[in-house]
Design a protein around this ligand. Structure first.
Ligand SMILES: Nc1ncnc2c1ncn2[C@@H]1O[C@H](COP(=O)(O)OP(=O)(O)O)[C@@H](O)[C@H]1O
Ligand SMILES: [Mg+2]
Length: 248
């Protein structure tokens, strides 16, 4: 399903102070795209991501996924929408430290319909953690894991309910360069193999180079939006060397 925004405006008000964080954004992202949203700090990237993903509906204008209009949904419908269609990955991982990696991954299953009828959450959790390369760390708790491993757990969690879109706000922002690249490689693989739409925010140009489309936000407006040849080769060959070249 395509995701679209028309005349999207978001104004923050606190007391006398108002900030127009988005000033009329029009945007369509097609199913299966791999998109980077870039811009300097305070330009409106997080606000845009939050409005597109249904975390924030205090906007003017319209955001739609297919025929579903987010601003017309009740809180319950919105929660169901996010649960069924959307995965989230954040800069700060947002894992629960007292749960194991596996328990963190299956946690979304305790809300709504879980991973679907007849799906064993523990089996699915194990498969997802194995997929992100953590099959041997199922029972580790976040404090025992490195930053990159924590982000892999967060990616596995975001996939638990089979989202059609994953939204990532600075997913590599807390990671060193090599680890950040390996996380981006994981997103690219999910995008290519599972056709999950991936929309990520970054302020780092070499991370934005990974995407197939780059949108630049400045002062709440889109000032550039174009497709780019990503650094990923079309084949599935090892692109590590090429990536390091780009990053250096
Ligand atoms: N909750 C909020 N209340 C008031 N102003 C906010 C809030 N969140 C963000 N802003 C303001 O909106 C603008 C865009 O912020 P944000 O979307 O977080 O930018 P970015 O993610 O690009 O750094 C900034 O001027 C910021 O100070
Ligand atoms: Mg931000």
């Amino acid at each position: 399903m395509d995701l679209s925004a028309r005349g999207l405006r978001r104004i923050y008000r606190s007391g006398e102070l108002t900030t127009e964080a988005l000033c009329g954004v029009d945007l369509t992202i097609k199913s299966g795209e791999f998109v980077a949203i870039v811009g300097s700090s305070g330009s409106g990237k997080t606000t845009l991501l939050n409005c597109l993903s249904g975390l924030d509906t205090s906007f003017d204008g319209e955001v739609k996924l297919g025929d579903l209009s987010l601003s017309q949904m009740s809180e319950t419908e919105l929660a169901r929408f996010r649960h069924e269609h959307v995965g989230f990955v954040f800069q700060q991982f947002c894992l629960l430290d007292h749960l194991t990696a596996l328990e963190n991954v299956i946690l979304p299953g305790f809300f709504g319909e879980g991973a679907g009828d007849g799906v064993d959450p523990f089996k699915r959790g194990r498969e997802l953690l194995t997929r992100v390369g953590l099959g041997d760390r199922l029972h580790s708790r976040p404090p025992q894991l490195s930053g990159g491993q924590k982000q892999r757990v967060a990616v596995a969690r975001s996939l638990f309910c089979n989202p059609s879109i994953i939204f990532c706000d600075e997913p590599t922002g807390s990671l060193d360069q090599d680890t950040g690249l390996s996380i981006m490689k994981l997103f690219e693989q999910l995008n290519r193999e599972d056709e999950v739409t991936v929309i990520f925010v970054t302020h780092e140009p070499y991370i934005a180079d990974m995407a197939r489309r780059r949108i630049i936000v400045q002062d709440g407006r889109l000032i550039e939006d174009k497709s780019q040849t990503s650094v990923w080769p079309d084949d599935t060959g090892d692109s590590d060397e090429k990536l390091k070249e780009v990053a250096s």
